[in-house]
Design a binder for this molecule. Structure first.
Ligand code: PLP
Length: 457
């Protein structure tokens, strides 16, 4: 075949995720070829500041030499061997120990996968298996939350509380239910205090579980901070109140730490930041800073004891991937965690997050097109005044936020328009400098001025 440009080949053959096929035929891809720190370079040599660390994940920044060396060394030593039927490898045993040591609560075991989506699927299988071992096969429903994002596999996609994730796919699966998101400004009622709001959410959850029958509800899944659903920071009292309800009905809590985990909130886990005490914990993204795909399900002692006893009934926990506990992924995770700890990047994330939110507030608050600036740690958002309840008002969906992000990209700043939320998100690498943050904020503000002029707003 005669080779066209990379862009031509892409347009013709590459089926992109989350991409409108018709638009893509016209505009084609933006193809990145290299990265350093927070800066990406495309095929035309243009540079961009990446205010999203890829998809909330390249926490140590692009082009890390120490990581490249560690991966090269492990590739030469042992790039792959499987872990079925009791086989192991060195990096993953060390990583499992480290994750359990660092995790909140009394976590006992780690199961490895390749993505946040497959890990949340595994969590559901773990929960179902757990209840089967306990002889209560009817206890299978999973409660998720509106605006939650948990991935795209058949089950994880079902757990997403963003309706767009279900359309065209006959989802959600019938055993999934949804609770309200803990966003006071979206969901609070007139005259309600934040305290009353939290009490209402706990009461609603209780009513939902009672209506379904507690003997049918297995688990509740939640991101400590809802990321893709709009960077929704929960009230401090929310998780303790919710947990009390879950414990009363013997419902397990799965914390989806895929975005929060390993420093994004300024602490090692979002669960610690927001008072979550998980029975099961999902991590991915930041565990390797996305240098190699890896996810993990952390299982508490109490849950593990039941699962381990399942071998009497079922022989095996018949689940696992060819690439479960891949040695290169485990090496990437160990190296990534070493770098974050040694270089104090978690503390740096917190300090840079403070700088970012201060700058975002002074650039955007009070602007007639801005509804709210919010964030926690090194994750932040500017919500546009385009909608007050985005989940219930779809059309026109994200027109302004989409245009803003496109314009910012022309100006060399990559942010993200969150689906359904009319919100621009920021989640830069932990190594971002204050000067780079200032440029990200200035570029985004310039973009808002440009598009509001263009739309005659
Ligand atoms: N859970 C959360 C909270 C996420 O933000 C994501 C991805 O953005 C996922 C799960 C799915 O992870 P993956 O895309 O690796 O399957």
């Amino acid at each position: 075949t005669s080779a066209g440009s990379v862009e031509d080949l892409d347009r013709q053959y590459f089926f992109h995720p989350f991409t409108n096929a018709k638009d893509h035929e016209k505009t084609g891809p933006l193809t990145m070829v290299s990265g350093r720190g927070s800066t990406l370079t495309d095929t035309h040599g243009r540079e961009y500041l990446d205010a999203m660390a890829g998809l909330w994940c390249v926490n140590i920044g692009y082009g890390n030499e120490e990581m490249a060396d560690a991966l090269a060394e492990q590739t030469r030593k042992l790039a792959y061997y499987h872990t079925f039927a009791g086989m192991g490898n060195e990096p993953v045993a060390r990583l499992a120990h480290r994750l359990i040591t660092d995790a909140p609560g009394s976590m006992a075991k780690v199961f490895f996968g390749n993505s946040g989506s497959d890990a949340n699927d595994t969590q559901v299988k773990l929960v179902w298996y757990y209840n089967n071992v306990l002889g209560r096969p009817e206890k299978k429903k999973i409660i998720s939350r509106e605006r939650g994002y948990h991935g795209v596999t058949v089950m994880s996609g079902s757990l997403c509380g963003l309706p767009g994730m279900h359309t065209g796919f006959d989802l959600p699966l019938p055993m999934v239910r949804f609770a309200r998101a803990p966003h006071f400004r979206f969901e609070g009622e007139d005259g309600e205090t934040e305290e009353q709001f939290v009490a209402r959410l706990a009461r609603e959850l209780d009513e939902l579980i009672v209506a379904e029958g507690p003997e049918t509800v297995a688990a509740f899944i939640a991101e400590p901070l809802q990321a893709a659903g709009g960077v929704i920071v929960p009230p401090a009292t929310y998780f303790p109140a919710i947990q009390e309800v879950l414990r009363r009905h013997d419902v397990l809590l799965i914390a989806d730490e895929v975005v929060c985990g390993f420093g994004r909130t300024g602490e090692w886990f979002g669960s610690t930041t927001f008072g979550v005490e998980p029975d099961l914990m999902t991590v991915a993204k930041g565990i390797t800073s996305a240098y190699v795909p890896l996810s993990a399900c952390l299982v508490s002692e109490a849950v593990w004891d039941v699962i381990a006893s399942g071998s009497e009934k079922y022989g095996l926990f018949s689940h696992g991937y060819t690439y479960s506990a891949h040695p290169l992924a485990a090496t990437a995770a160990m190296t990534n965690l070493d770098i974050i700890e040694r270089d104090g990047l978690m503390g740096q994330a917190k300090a840079r997050g403070d700088h970012l939110i201060t700058r975002l507030r002074s650039a955007f608050e009070g602007h007639p097109l801005v509804a709210e600036v919010r964030g926690h740690g090194l994750v932040a958002a500017v919500e546009l005044a385009e909608s007050l309840d985005p989940l219930r008002r779809f059309e026109p969906r994200g027109k302004l936020s989409g245009a803003l992000v496109a314009r910012a990209r022309e100006l060399g700043v990559i942010t993200r328009a969150l689906p359904n939320a009319d919100t621009i998100s920021f989640s830069p690498p932990f190594v971002v400098t204050e000067d780079e943050l200032d440029q990200m904020v200035a570029g985004t503000r310039q973009a808002l001025d440009d598009v509001s002029r263009e739309f005659g707003l």
